[in-house]
Each structure stands twice: as C-alpha cells, then as structure tokens.
Design a protein around this ligand. Structure first.
Ligand code: NAD
Length: 289
C-alpha cells in the first residue's frame, strides 16, 4: 500500500518504521522530528498524503489534527482513508470524520494503547471508530503495528473507548500509589503488599503490570527513577479529555474528576512534569513524611 504518515514523534516514528519494514511505501512528514528508517521524507503534510491509499496521523492534540486535516483532505485521492491514531477529543475526531466524508474519503479514529514499547514492538492495541469499509481497508496495517484492533463503532467511538480506559488507569494508579504509601505507614513490607494484592481483588494493570514501587513486580518506569514511560502530563491531558467528554455528554464521573485534579496539582504545582505518571507513589510517601 501507499501510505502517508504525518507526525513522526515517539509513537509515530516506530509505527511508520514498522510499516516500511513490512514492505509498504511510506512517505512521512513532521514539522520537527527526523525521518525513521525506510520512510521517504515529504516536503509538506499535503505532499505526504498525495496519492496515498491510507494517511495515518499521530499528532499531539485535536487542534493540530484539525489543522493538518485542513491541509491534506483537499488533495487526497477519492476513496482513500484518513486514519488518526492520536489521542484527541471526541468532538475533533467527529469533525475530521465529517470533513473527510464530505470529500469522498473514509475516516477512522484509531487511538492506541501500549506506549512507546508497544509501538516499537508492533504490539499496540487499536480502538477504532468509523465505517466497516474504512476499518477493513486499514486492518492489514493495524496487524503490522499492533496485536489487536477493536472496531468500537461509528466515528468518535475509538476516542470514547480510549478516554474511558485512561480514566480508569488514572484512578487505579492513584489508588495503587496511595495504598502503597499507606502500607509503608502501617509497616507492611512492599513486596508482601504486592504478593497479596497482585493475586487478590485489588489487582489491576497498575499494580500487576506497571507496579509503581521500585524493585517490585515486572520492570516498570519506577525501576528507572520514574523516567517516562507515560508522562504525568500526558495522563493529565487524557483526564482532561475525559472531563470534557463527561461534561458535554452530561455524565457524572467523580473519581475521574478527582484523578484529574490530583494530576493537575502534581504536574502544575508540584514536581510531576516530565516524570512518569506512577511517580504519584514517591509524591505520597514524601507528603506522608
Ligand atoms: P510526540 O510529541 O513525541 O510526537 C508528536 C509529533 O507530531 C512530533 O514529532 C511533532 O513534531 C509532530 N507535529 C506537531 N505538529 C505537527 C504538524 N502540524 N504537522 C506534522 N507534525 C507535527 O508525541 P507521541 O508521544 O508520539 O504521542 C502522539 C500521540 O499519541 C498523542 O496524541 C499521545 O497522546 C498519543 N499516545 C502517546 C502514548 C505514549 O506513550 N507516548 C501512548 C498512547 C497514545
């Protein structure tokens, strides 16, 4: 397939490299990042998209996605698919899908879970909104970049799934960290805490797969002085998206709101910026004295 790939940062670069390594013809564009192996540089976003069967975007936010969509949609060939893999607000995902549809293009919102490691290893999970036809066109590419693609529904459904998933993740990470800090105060050994909780009803991905306590459980950013991983400010971005979606849909999300406020405090008023989102644990232990 002929692929245009726009946004070649931490996530986009390895995803594009995997597509090129699998034999696809990939033209890439980024305003700052270097071209990954096997990707042909394009002068502009529009020229990367020109003549492509599928254009993939992996950009920081919905505002930038909308601006890139304005640049590329008019020149894309009829019947091509615009597949956005960034994490953005549901409204931007739906607006770009409508714009693509009006231009005779397919469109998918296909945010990912699995982080930079998953992007490099080609083991991402895609959660996808859009038509059956567009999903079928891009499915072979999801299989290269990931291990699983779930077609969640119409336009915006992928972003909705991503926002809900990450709201759970933010809440469970805070709960896991505050429980470790409480266990410390109660004199409970951290390894014993992990041994019990990871096989009891308090288990979660935050505890079992991404344990915030250094030296315990599988290797995680806690073992690397809380270098991200998944930065606290990216978690804050996703929790803000969840709150925006909840207020526009009229849904009550008190735990999501509390998690947003705590990550906001950590990132904006404490030392959380640039640290992994699991650094909530040293934050609690410091505050607990
Ligand atoms: P990043 O900042 O490393 O990459 C974004 C890239 O977009 C940068 O290279 C930037 O130069 C480029 N860019 C910005 N404006 C542009 C424009 N107008 N035209 C072309 N390129 C432009 O971010 P990332 O970590 O790769 O994340 C990308 C998206 O994936 C985000 O929406 C993020 O929320 C989501 N995400 C990230 C992770 C993660 O672990 N990093 C995990 C899941 C989802």
């Amino acid at each position: 397939m002929k692929i245009g790939f726009i946004g070649l940062g931490n996530m986009g670069a390895p995803m594009a490299a995997n597509l090129a390594a699998a034999g696809h013809q990939v033209a890439g564009f980024d305003t700052a990042a270097p071209m990954p192996d096997g990707v042909t540089p394009a002068e502009t976003a529009a020229s990367a998209a020109d003549g492509a069967d599928v254009v993939i975007t992996m950009l920081p936010n919905g505002k930038i996605l909308r601006s890139v969509a304005d640049q590329i949609i008019p020149g894309m060939r009829s019947g091509a698919v615009l597949c956005d893999c960034s994490t953005v607000d549901v409204d931007s995902a739906r607006a770009v899908a409508e714009q693509a549809d009006a231009a005779g293009l397919g469109a998918l919102d296909a945010p990912v879970s699995g982080g930079i490691g998953g992007a490099q290893a080609g083991t991402l999970t895609f959660m996808v909104g859009g038509s059956d036809d567009a999903f079928a066109t891009v499915q072979p590419l999801f299989e290269i970049m990931g291990q699983k693609a779930v077609h969640c529904g119409a336009a915006g459904a992928g972003q909705a799934a991503k926002i809900c998933n990450n709201m759970i993740l933010g809440v469970t990470m805070i709960a896991t960290c505050e429980a470790f800090a409480l266990a410390d105060k109660l004199g409970l050994d951290r390894q014993k805490m992990f041994d019990v909780v990871s096989t009891s009803s308090g288990y979660s991905w935050s505890m079992n797969a991404y344990c915030p306590a250094p030296g315990i459980g599988p290797k995680s950013p806690a073992d690397n002085d809380y270098q991200p991983g998944f930065a606290a400010e990216l978690m804050l971005k996703d929790l803000n998206l969840a709150q925006d979606a909840a207020s526009s849909a009229g849904a009550e999300t008190p735990m999501g709101l509390q998690a947003r406020d705590m990550y906001e405090q950590f990132v904006e008023r404490e030392d959380g910026r640039g640290r992994d989102f699991s650094a909530m644990l040293p934050r609690f232990t410091q505050r607990n004295g």
